[in-house]
Design a protein around this ligand. Structure first.
Ligand code: CTP
Ligand code: MG
Length: 190
């Protein structure tokens, strides 16, 4: 069972790294270009910028590249590559596409979380509780499921992995944000 959980966490790393990477890259031009939704509130708000979005994807892809290089160099069951499970380097490209999809899913989910936060009247940067933490997981899963269903089933579709990820993610998120705050990268510790 522990190997299911470890493997799922391994495969979640790009999605996990993408989010704090966005904070490091943070930009100026908001993704919603300042536009408002029908409720008169911002679509996403100033906390979601294009630079952050793409910087986040880049961060996710970088960690994924390192992971794939490790996985192809030292073939093993628990920390496998993202694409084909053979140990052929010719699959690196495919593995990186999977990594990219997970990273894009993560940043899209992050924006979706902000969209919901704005709809329920939470200001940019206000504590969203699980809305800061679960949407990026859900969207990473969703993107993986849509584009690479076999990978999704192999990587995440088991109860121990599901439970661990949904419970562990808010804790990890909290720790990383307190760190970001102490290091002066974030204005608030959440
Ligand atoms: N950030 C960014 N672009 C993104 C995501 C994050 O520029 N796509 C930067 C912003 O500077 C943002 C910071 O990272 O303020 C922290 O991210 P997050 O906590 O996700 O955003 P919030 O400011 O809390 O905004 P929201 O309430 O919409 O979640
Ligand atoms: Mg926030």
């Amino acid at each position: 069972m522990i190997d299911y959980v470890l493997r799922a966490l391994w495969y979640m790393l790009p999605a996990y790294v993408a989010n704090p990477s966005a904070v490091i890259f943070k930009g100026k031009i908001p993704m919603d270009l300042g536009r408002k939704f029908v409720d008169g509130r911002r679509l996403l708000g100033d906390g979601k910028t294009w630079r952050g979005f793409f910087g986040g994807i880049l961060g996710g892809c970088l960690i994924g590249l390192i992971q794939n290089i490790i996985a192809y160099s030292f073939p093993n069951e628990i920390f496998p590559p993202f694409g084909r499970f053979g140990n052929s380097w010719t699959y690196l490209g495919l593995s990186m596409v999977v990594v990219m999809i997970l990273s894009i899913g993560s940043m899209t989910g992050d924006a979706a979380g902000s969209f919901i936060k704005r709809r329920i009247g939470l200001e940019r940067g206000e504590k969203g509780y699980l809305l800061d933490q679960w949407p990026f997981v859900v969207f990473s899963f969703l993107f993986a499921y849509v584009f690479f269903p076999n990978f999704f089933v192999h990587a995440f579709w088991n109860l121990p992995a599901f439970i661990t990820i949904f419970i562990l993610t808010p804790m990890l998120h909290r720790i990383v944000n307190i760190l970001g705050y102490k290091l002066g990268r974030k204005e608030v510790p959440w």
